[in-house]
Design a protein around this ligand. Structure first.
Ligand code: 73E
Length: 834
């Protein structure tokens, strides 16, 4: 490992080794010490769980040293910091990542072996940190990895949910949700009981005029909840930089519980305050791409934002600089609209608490914030009712009205006669009740707004934020195409492929500069290289096949084409189209003679993903996939020609196993609906090909890897509106192949047809909003092209190698550098003067 560390990180790396383990004996000593003292167990009684705990504690000790030094270095340098505010951080497991980023997994492997453990089994003991729903939360986690690896002075701020995203069980084909209590033993977090912030809710506002005629607002009364900081170290790859993720946990401000109530015999109520306060950070809302407007969610948002800003401002104030320098020291990125209250809270701090003039304060605020939009789906755009706001955050509502007033005045000056324009861009929607539009507030309060892939960034400029382009000019809006960390999604998830690549590129430098992947294209005709390439994919498929057998009892043939769709279940992502396609394939197979069937490409269709608990249609889709599997997998005539698998409880650590094992993955959203997608990048980086629509980052992936290496199909985003219009006002006929699929379902081929009528009538009777029927024929035809291409194994391997070689652009390192230069105006901190 050491020899392959790139210059100029090498020097720092060597220095870094002094805080790593000297050798496996040094590591073992630490593990044994933790088992015997920290865990108070004997080595004779050390199971895999204890080995995991001790191993984590040993690595954690190493991390802490660098973490402290990194924080000292950042404080000493006094340079600008970036704060990434995200309500979700989908981190997955920490131990494997820490071992690899520190560069001492080999040492741990040898040490654990001597103690009688396989490192893979030890790693498996860790519970995923699942504080997120899907792509948005995982993006935040990839960004933290890149920020640390590139030595940027950066902090993440989030909520420490007691329950992360629920665990999914499949019982009789239905999704059942089980709470994810993950904090029993978490060696990766550090409670900071000394770092607390009092957060106020409810109450009332009084205004008075001071001697200079200035209006002073004070917010009194209501209730106070305490925020307690928990810190998580974020190790960079091949650098000593270790950044901080700070998660806030809620506690009653009054202390333990109400002794008065307790002493007066009111035992039951004595803990009620405590519990009510703790509810705020108790649970992650399990909705992806959906806003439900619940009061507790708004409470979560303010609690987290107010604590984070207090912390950021407290740090700035220590520097004794003038307020106008705030944006030169602090950049805050809003991960979607969830933290938008931060805009209002900073204005409140500056005007109400620090006494700045409105305009000066507002200049500071807008120069500090950047806003990333992740979705155009109307049901996901956050709105809060004005009465709710008035009740929970009365002063913030006043400030929002003032922000809106001044903003609308500038709009009116620019477009004097356009009253409609004022209504359209207003932060307040004139509805019953009135609503606060958080995206409008985020745009008005930020200096840059970005989308997450080119098509998406164009779409927001021409559709949902069109008027704001007129108001602010086009330069405020920009694109930063998403990326993924190659450390976790290649090196950690697919160690053999990573090793093969480094044997050809000459070092592991490609993990720091992913464009170096281009070098492997020289070997695409090298027979040994190709053979090993194919063997690695096969071995990954064998591993997944074993897992499928273990968890579902179904035998799948690793030589079959593995066709994978794993992501949150959502109508716009169109898992329903995939399963209709599978049914079509099954019906076709059944209609063939045994001889004809032999010519067919054997396939395993693999699905995985959670449905939001209240999303009825998504749950129906899961049920149909399982019902089809139950029939197809037991059909003796079909055998290995088709298997349908639903993998329970898809999460980050399962993704690390599934993604390297795919031949083909599906990214088939209705054009214009998937802002970017990031698993598409992960699959291609692991040598899988894609079937997909012209949507999100699929478009840029195509541009990079070449049209010959991707299977694109379906209608284009620019035509979707007209097609929908036609569904409603023109003639709407269902694709004939799809009609046959519906007939099979309605005949009861897959059990009680009524269970699936929602999915059928959405297409047939309710306007087919997601264009399933319109794209079905093109989807089926393209699947046939896939079969044909896969039968030419040599051609397939060439496509696979070429694609990986051309994926350099999709590193989250590139992405973070673009944010740093174009939005945050921040530089990496050199590590040489440590
Ligand atoms: O296309 C993905 C994108 O790759 C998008 O759907 C997802 O963000 C990913 C990262 O940019 C996303 N999630 C949400 N909005 N967009 C969301 C909205 C509300 C709650 C939770 C998640």
């Amino acid at each position: 490992v050491e020899a392959s560390i790139p210059e100029p990180q090498r020097k720092a790396w060597l220095e870094h080794q002094t805080s790593g383990f000297k050798d496996k004996d040094g590591f073992e000593t630490e593990v044994v010490r933790h088992v015997e003292t920290t865990l108070a167990r004997s080595m004779y009684n050390c199971d895999e769980q204890a080995a995991y705990s001790a191993c984590s504690l040993a690595f954690r000790d190493r991390l802490i040293l660098e973490w402290n030094r990194t924080q000292q270095r950042q404080t000493f340098a006094d340079s600008k910091r970036v704060y990434y505010l995200s309500l979700e951080f989908l981190m997955g497991r920490a131990l494997d990542n820490a071992m690899l980023n520190i560069g001492q997994k080999d040492v741990a492997k040898a040490g654990l072996a001597e103690l009688g453990f396989r490192i893979e089994d030890v790693i498996e003991q860790e519970h995923d940190a699942a504080l997120g729903n899907g792509g948005l939360g995982r993006l935040a986690a990839c960004f933290l990895d890149s920020l640390a690896s590139l030595n940027y002075p950066a902090w993440g701020y989030g909520l420490r949910y007691r329950y992360g995203i629920f665990k999914q069980e499949i019982i009789d084909g239905y999704q059942v949700e089980v709470p994810d209590y993950w904090l029993d033993f978490n060696p990766w977090e550090f409670p900071r009981h000394d770092v607390t912030v009092d957060i106020q809710f409810y109450g009332h506002v009084t205004k008075r005029t001071d001697d200079n005629g200035k209006t002073i607002a004070t917010w009194d009364g209501g209730e106070i909840v305490k925020a307690v900081a928990y810190d998580v170290p974020i190790p960079g790859y091949a650098t000593p930089s270790t950044n901080n993720l700070r998660l806030w946990s809620s506690k009653a401000a009054s202390g333990e519980f109400d002794f008065q109530k307790f002493n007066s015999g009111d035992y039951e109520n004595s803990v009620a305050d405590q519990q009510r306060a703790e509810t705020i950070s108790a649970v992650l809302y399990p909705n992806d791409n959906l806003d439900r407007g619940k009061e507790l969610r708004l409470k979560q948002q303010y609690f987290w934002v107010a604590a984070s800003l207090y912390d950021i401002v407290r740090r700035f104030k220590k520097s004794k600089r003038a307020w106008k320098e705030f944006p030169e020291q602090v950049a805050i990125q809003l991960n979607d609209t969830h933290p938008t209250l931060a805009v209002v809270e900073l204005q409140r701090i500056l005007v109400d608490l620090e006494g700045l003039d409105w305009d000066e304060a507002w200049g500071i605020v807008t120069n500090t914030f950047g806003y990333t939009n992740h979705t155009v789906l109307p049901e996901a755009l956050e709105k809060w009712s004005v009465p709710l706001f008035q009740h929970l955050l009365p002063r913030h509502l006043q400030l929002i009205y003032d922000i809106n007033l001044f903003f609308l005045q500038t709009v009116e000056r620019k477009f004097p006669k356009d009253r409609d324009m004022l209504g359209r861009v207003s932060i307040i929607e004139e509805a019953q009740p009135k609503m606060v539009r958080m995206a409008h507030l985020a745009i008005v309060g930020s200096h840059k707004v970005n989308g997450v892939a080119e098509l998406h960034s164009d779409l927001i400029k021409t559709t949902i934020f069109k008027d704001f382009v007129e108001v602010f000019g086009p330069d405020k809006f920009t694109n930063v195409t998403n990326g993924i960390t190659p450390r976790r999604w290649l090196h950690q998830a697919n160690p053999r492929l990573s090793e093969l690549i480094s044997s050809k590129t000459g070092s592991q430098n490609f993990l720091k500069d992913l464009t170096e992947l281009a070098k492997i294209e020289h070997y695409k005709d090298d027979p040994d290289f190709r053979k090993e390439w194919a063997e690695i994919k096969y071995a990954n498929k064998v591993r997944l096949a074993k897992y499928i057998k273990k968890t579902t009892g179904v035998d799948v043939n690793p030589s079959a084409l593995f066709d994978v769709q794993v992501k949150r279940i959502h109508e716009y992502k169109r898992q329903q189209m995939n399963i209709f396609g599978v049914i079509h394939r099954y019906l076709t197979l059944k209609s063939l003679s045994p001889e004809e069937r032999k010519k067919f490409q054997p396939k395993v269709s693999i699905f995985g993903g959670k449905a939001a608990p209240g999303y009825w249609m998504a749950k129906q889709i899961i049920h149909l996939i399982n019902a089809v599997g139950a029939v197809v997998n037991n059909d003796k005539e079909i055998g290995d020609l088709l298997k349908v698998i639903f993998l329970e409880d898809y999460n980050v650590s399962k993704a690390e196993m599934i993604i390297p094992a795919s031949d083909l993955s599906e990214h088939i959203s209705t054009a214009g609906t998937e802002a970017s997608g990031t698993s598409n990048m992960k699959f291609v980086l692991n040598g899988g090909l894609i079937i997909g629509t012209c949507d999100g980052a699929n478009i840029e992936i195509t541009r990079e890897i070449g049209e010959q290496n991707i299977f694109l199909f379906g209608n284009l985003a620019e035509d979707v509106e007209d097609i929908r219009h036609n569904h409603t006002y023109g003639s709407h006929t269902v694709d004939p192949d799809l009609v046959k699929v519906f007939e099979a379902i309605e005949k009861g081929t897959f059990g009680e047809p009524n269970d699936f009528m929602g999915m059928i009538s959405a297409v047939r009777d309710h306007g087919d909003f997601y264009l399933v029927s319109d794209d079905f024929h093109s989807y089926i035809e393209t699947q046939e092209l896939v079969d044909k291409a896969y039968r030419d194994q040599e051609g397939w391997i060439t496509k696979s190698i070429e694609s990986v070689a051309r994926m350099g652009f999709f590193s989250s390192d590139r992405c973070i550098n673009e944010y740093a230069e174009g939005i945050w105006n921040i530089e990496p901190l050199p590590i040489k003067d440590q």
